[in-house]
Design a protein around this ligand. Structure first.
Ligand code: HAM
Length: 423
């Protein structure tokens, strides 16, 4: 039987890998612009890093790849980036840095045992940031802005930023009780998952895929923010306005993970290419997580972007068209001895021209076809005459102009042609 990849995993082939690399480069550029340093944490951690007491999220309760080797410690492939980064922040005592907040970014593979479908994988990649050690609405707005402007710079248009406040611990606790009381009347009408969530995390019912559109869910009581949380949220909105980040307040936005407090946000796509998986990135503030994990009582905020979803959308908006893989020069060798062509090829590469040649001295037509397929800007033709006179016949694929030049003039001539073209 032929080997097959595991369901929910994907090979990244050349036709997509360059997109992935372009996005990685651009994201790293944004990390740099906003003062973030990259961090790499292990692919697996002790299970407790991700699994906290009373956690009700699907990710922790149903989707983790947990294993142990030789019946030793329970280990888990990371399902998300935040918990591992916080573990590292605490273990490496980064909180002692006089320059808080610490701003960390990552591009890492994550693993969740979910129902695999378009835009929902079991191994996927997140680009994320965590800004740890300070709580200030300026930071919340800046974190959202970083993600939003990154997506805009890629060239995505059909975006919507949704924000909400889950309030501070006290107001959320009160709201939870209110919701438990309210939803208990409708318990039988809730989906199986929400019946289980009812007592532990009734907020999740508000944005449950199955229940959110039911009338009684739409009419559920709204969260009453404390004065402090309300002022905080107002300032986040104000700074988003100053930064020119358009947003919509959505009081049903709760987010799937349990650790959020105050500001939460998602960026969704209104383009249909992503199917049901319209959330490109999500994140929020976490006031309790660092302390819960054994660190000091400080707050953090972050987000993570799903890279594979991003590629589906960017493809639908044709943003990669201008980055199609191409080479600068294709050397057509018609002479039986390839030595001269090989020297020319090396010359090109030594001068930073991306170059390839035909290895088999095929017919002129076949070699021209290859150079077309590879989108070569210049075609260099080498036959018996060129070898004997130490020349090269150079064809510009864009202008179709053709000329024969001396070998030693080649690089200067190519530089000149490009300079003229870009002027
Ligand atoms: P999350 O909402 O679970 O948040 O995931 C963030 C993003 O990862 C999603 O919006 C989506 O684009 C992508 N994603 C999630 N699951 C999958 C999947 N199965 N297949 C493909 N893409 C997926 C977090 O993970 C938080 N750690 C974000 C965060 C950082 N909050 C604070 N700091």
């Amino acid at each position: 039987m032929a080997y097959q990849k595991v369901k929910g995993t994907f090979d990244l082939l050349a036709k997509d890998l360059y997109k992935f690399n372009l996005l990685n480069d651009l994201f790293r550029h944004f990390l740099d612009l906003y003062g973030y340093s990259e961090i790499k944490t292990p692919v697996f951690e002790f299970t407790d890093v991700f699994k906290k007491d009373n956690d009700t999220s699907d990710m922790v309760t149903k989707e983790m790849y947990t294993f142990s080797v030789n019946n030793k410690d329970s280990l888990t492939l990371r399902p998300e980036g935040t918990a591992g980064v916080i573990r590292s922040f605490i273990e490496n005592k980064m909180y002692a840095d006089p320059e808080l907040p610490i701003k960390l970014g990552y591009i890492e593979e994550m693993f969740r045992h979910e129902n695999a479908q378009k835009g929902r994988q079991r191994q996927f990649t997140q680009m994320g940031i965590e800004c740890i050690g300070d709580k200030n609405p300026l930071i919340d707005a800046e974190v959202i802005a970083l993600g939003y402007f990154f997506l805009k710079t890629i060239g995505l248009n059909d975006l919507k930023v949704l924000i909400n406040s889950l309030g501070d611990n006290d107001s959320r606790l009160k709201y939870k009780e209110e919701l438990i009381e309210y939803f208990s009347q409708y318990k039988d009408e809730l989906c199986f998952d929400c019946q289980n969530r009812l007592l532990k995390n009734p907020l999740r019912i508000l944005d449950c895929k199955n229940d959110a559109n039911k009338e009684f869910v739409k009419n559920a009581p709204k969260m009453k923010l404390s004065k402090e949380s309300e002022e905080y949220f107002d300032l986040v909105k104000h700074y988003l306005d100053v930064l020119n980040v358009p947003y919509e307040v959505n009081d049903k936005l709760v987010r799937g993970l349990d650790y959020y407090t105050d500001t939460v946000f998602e960026v969704i796509s209104t383009n249909e290419a992503n199917g049901a998986q319209s959330t490109i990135f999500g994140g929020g503030r976490y006031d309790n997580l660092i302390k819960e994990m054994g660190g000091p009582d400080i707050s953090g905020i972050g987000f993570a972007i799903g890279v594979e979803r991003l590629i589906i959308l960017a493809d639908a908006e044709n943003v990669f068209d201008e980055y199609k893989k191409e080479i600068d020069c294709y050397v057509i060798n018609l002479y039986e001895n390839p030595d001269y062509a090989l020297e020319v090829l090396e010359d090109l590469r030594n001068n930073s021209y991306k170059a390839e040649m035909d290895y088999y001295s095929r017919s002129l037509k076949a070699q021209f076809k290859s150079s077309d397929r590879k989108n070569a800007r210049f075609v260099l033709i080498i036959g018996e005459d060129e070898v004997n006179s130490n020349t090269i016949t150079l064809k510009d694929s864009l202008t179709k102009a053709q000329e024969t030049i001396k070998h030693e003039e080649l690089i200067d001539r190519l530089d000149q042609l490009l300079e003229d073209y870009y002027e």
